[in-house]
Every structure is written in C-alpha cells, then in structure tokens.
Design a protein around this ligand. Structure first.
Ligand code: SAH
Ligand code: SF4
Ligand code: F3S
Length: 438
C-alpha cells in the first residue's frame, strides 16, 4: 500500500516554500500526497505565529488531528514552522503534546528524514529546533506546488527587529545564499519549464548585506538573473522600503522580467508610530520612494501591509495612515489589528490601544482599501494584459491567471493554457477582474 502524506501550511511564503521541502523529503521516502487527512499516514502542520489568531488556528486544528489519531493510532503527526521556535515552546509541546511525533524547527528541515525513521522504528517523539542559526543548507529535495512557477529562498531570517514582530526570534539572523547557488537553482528550474520565480526573504532587498568576503547586493542578483533562458517573470517578497535603494530601482528599470508588482509594507503613515515600530523610514521617505517607482513603472501595482492599533496610536496617527493610503492609491493592502507577541518590545509597551478602537480603525481602513481596489481595477478595463494562467478557478471550468502586477483575472479557456503566459483583455472589473483571450 502506498503511504500518504498531507501538509497543512499557515503563514507566509517562507512557510509555503518550507512545506515544499517537507513534501520533497516525504516523496523521496516513498510517500504520496493526499488532501484527505483520513488517508494520511503522516500529517504535518507548518505553523505561523505572527499574530495570536494564526497560532490559535493551528492549535485548534491540531486538536482535531489528535481526535483522528485516536481512531488511526499509527498516524504520525508533525509540527513544523515558526510556532516551534518560540521561546520555550518546543519544550512545552514536548511535555504537553505527547501525541505529536515530530517537532521540527525552522532551520531543521534537513533532519526530517532521520527523525521520521526514528519514529518509524518506535523510538518515540523526536524534537529538533535550532538555538543558533547554523549554515544555510543547500540541495534539499523539493516538491513544487506548481510546475511553472517557483518560490526561491534568497535570504533567511531578519535583522530588523520591528518592535511588534516575532519573526527575528523564530527565523533568526539574516543569512544570504550564495548568488551562484541561486542562479544555478533558477537556471535548472527554468530549463525544466519554470517561467516565473518569486525570490524570498523576510527582508529580501537586504540580500547580501551579511556577506563577509564579497560585496554583492540584491540589485546585482536581479541583473544576473536577466540572462536565465526561459525565465520570463521575476517577483520578490518582501521588500523593505528602507532597503529599496536607487541601485535596485535602476536594476528594475532596466529589466523587462521584473514584474509590475511592488509590495512595500508601510505599516503606518505616522512618523511617531513608524519610529516606535523601529521601521527606519519616515512617511516622507516612503512617499518619495513611491514617486520613484511610479516614474520607472507607470503601470506599477503598489500593495502594502498596515497595522492599526499599534501601542500609542492616536486618532491623529491613524488619520495620517488614511491620508497616506489615499495619496499612494494602493492596488490593495493587507490590514491587521496589532496583536501583542510575547518576547517582542511592543508587548511591554504600556499604552496598548483598546480592542474597540482597533476594530473601528480597521473597518474604516478596509472600506478605503476596497474603494481603492475598485478604482485600480476600473483603470484596467479594456486593457490587454499578459497573464500567467495558474489553474482552475473554483472548479467551475474557468481559469485563473495573474497579471504582471499580481492581480487575479478569471477567464474562459482551455486547460492546455495552464502554465502559459497569454494576452488577456479585461472586459469587466469590480472586485474580480474578468477577461477573455485577446
Ligand atoms: N517581512 C515582512 C512581513 C512579515 S509579516 C515585512 O517586513 O514587511 C507580514 C505582516 O504582518 C507585516 O508586514 C505586518 O504588517 C504584520 N504583522 C507582523 N507582526 C504583527 C503583529 N504583532 N500584529 C499585527 N500584525 C503584524
Ligand atoms: Fe518582522 Fe520587521 Fe523583519 Fe518584517 S522587517 S519580518 S516586520 S522584523
Ligand atoms: Fe508566520 Fe513565520 Fe511567516 S511567523 S508570517 S510563517 S516567518
């Protein structure tokens, strides 16, 4: 009987990529993917702890999986991802969650095979999390979610310590991969049919700053990727406004492969709050950067992340965020209510904002973001845009594709188009862009 695995992934693209490595390892060991937990021999939860909600979701699902294990006693349960790296968490899980067989830290993926074998030999619960980051591990097997687009890690960890954020604690300090390894990996993927890459880092444009024996920055990586044959689109996530320097702007301006997607988390429009968040830029700097981007790419789709209700945020601070959002005219935005994370500086700030204020602010912000989204979409009406067709839209026979700006378009078309970049004319806008083959 073919052994099966399921992986449930929470959180960001780092976790999505890590799940592809977990999948790759399990497939090498003879497991086959299933979407049904009842069929699985191994189930992995790849967790996120960026906000309390993310953590609660993973924990409640783990409770459900535990019930399934009561029926299927041989089910192997693994927990990976950022939750396992929170201070004291792995130890606590080890004690409290005996039904979890494998606890796998964020830089321990290469240990999975060994740990799984020990579990299969009846050696009991296996725990491996990191205390110091160690070297970047190259050459792990992966199983990509899509054959035509790849997530590519370029820098691990984060050195920024924004005062609200748990990531530097659970992903460690910045460690960049050697450019040669990245270019080699992408060249191989492109030769196998990959048309689009998403270069990944928590702060992707600080890539290279940690190199001790060479000088090489993100803009140079962008330039070095231009010649990769078959590669048509280059995306990157997440760029930090502070590190979006002129050399990167120039490299993007010179590249037809870098897409129109500019995701630039601003977090707040108030200088006082930005300072307290330790973001390292002002609203004036951010607005200037947006100007520079619009100049080199008039078609740019600017998107952002915003936190409302950070400690000390007044109505006036919030109004400054609203003003900034209006003046940039984002194509869309991810908005969050501040969630205190234990171990981060802002957790201990005494001027926490009441939940009712956070809720009111996020509602007002979301209304504005929806308006801007409709406006952005409306401007695309009758435009012919290149779309990478990614797959089926909700099983109803239609296809879904992504524009260069990473907007989703729904269209009629044959399944054979999946994985192709085609011209699509936008004929209807609104919340959802509808198009037809041009
Ligand atoms: N590295 C990226 C984003 C990491 S997390 C960056 O620097 O932009 C994604 C988003 O989650 C952040 O941009 C921020 O808006 C939000 N976020 C992070 N910590 C949060 C917290 N404690 N409460 C609410 N939102 C948070
Ligand atoms: Fe978190 Fe800031 Fe690093 Fe982004 S840049 S991961 S928000 S600490
Ligand atoms: Fe979450 Fe970890 Fe990403 S905390 S947002 S999965 S880096």
């Amino acid at each position: 009987m073919q052994k099966k695995y399921q992986i449930i992934t929470f959180g960001c693209q780092m976790n999505e990529r890590d799940s592809e490595y977990i999948a790759g390892t399990l497939e090498t060991l003879g497991y086959q993917k299933t979407e049904k937990i009842q069929d699985a021999d191994v189930v992995f939860l790849n967790t996120c702890c960026i906000r309390e909600k993310a953590e609660n979701k993973a924990l409640s699902l783990l409770g459900e999986i535990r019930k399934i294990k009561k029926i299927n006693k041989d089910l192997i349960i693994g927990v990976a991802g950022c939750m396992t790296q929170q201070e004291g968490k792995a130890k606590k899980m080890k004690g409290d969650m005996k039904y979890v067989d494998i606890i796998l830290g964020t830089h321990n993926l290469h240990e999975l095979e060994r740990m799984l074998n020990l579990v299969l030999q009846g050696k009991g619960q296996q725990v491996s999390v990191w205390e110091s980051e160690g070297d970047v591990v190259e050459g792990m097997s992966d199983s990509q979610a899509y054959p035509f687009k790849s997530l590519i890690n370029v820098v691990y960890g984060c050195n920024n310590f924004c005062t609200y954020c748990i990531v530097p604690y659970v992903r460690g300090r910045e460690r960049s991969r050697e450019p040669e390894s990245i270019v080699k990996e992408i060249t191989k993927k492109a030769s196998e049919g990959v048309k689009e890459v998403m270069l990944l880092g928590q702060n992707v444009n600080s890539y290279g700053k940690d190199f001790k024996t060479r000088s090489y920055q993100f803009s140079e990586l962008i330039r070095d990727l231009q010649d990769v044959e078959g590669l048509e689109r280059i995306r990157y996530m997440t760029s930090h406004p502070r590190d979006f320097n002129d050399s990167l702007i120039e490299a993007i301006a010179a590249s037809a492969k870098v897409t129109d997607q500019f995701h630039l988390p601003v977090q707040s429009g108030s200088n006082a709050i930005l300072k307290r968040m330790n973001r390292g830029y002002t609203r004036e700097y951010y607005l200037e950067l947006v100007k520079k981007i619009k100049k080199i790419r008039p078609e740019a789709a600017l998107t952002t992340d915003i936190i409302v209700g950070f400690p000390g945020e007044t109505e006036k601070d919030f109004e400054e965020t609203i003003e900034l959002v209006k003046s940039v005219g984002f194509a869309s935005a991810f908005t969050f209510m501040y969630s205190p994370r234990k171990g981060t500086p802002a957790f201990d700030f005494t001027d926490q904002v009441p939940l009712a204020d956070k809720k009111r602010r996020i509602q007002e912000l979301n209304r504005l973001v929806s308006e801007l989204e409709l406006k952005y979409n409306k401007n695309l009406e009758n435009h012919v845009l290149k779309c990478l067709i990614e797959g089926k839209y909700k099983e109803d026979g239609k296809l879904i594709g992504k524009t260069s700006g990473y907007r989703s378009v729904v269209l009629e078309g044959d399944d054979s188009l999946i994985g192709q970049i085609v011209d699509v004319k936008i004929y209807q806008t609104g919340k959802q862009l509808l198009g037809k083959l041009a």
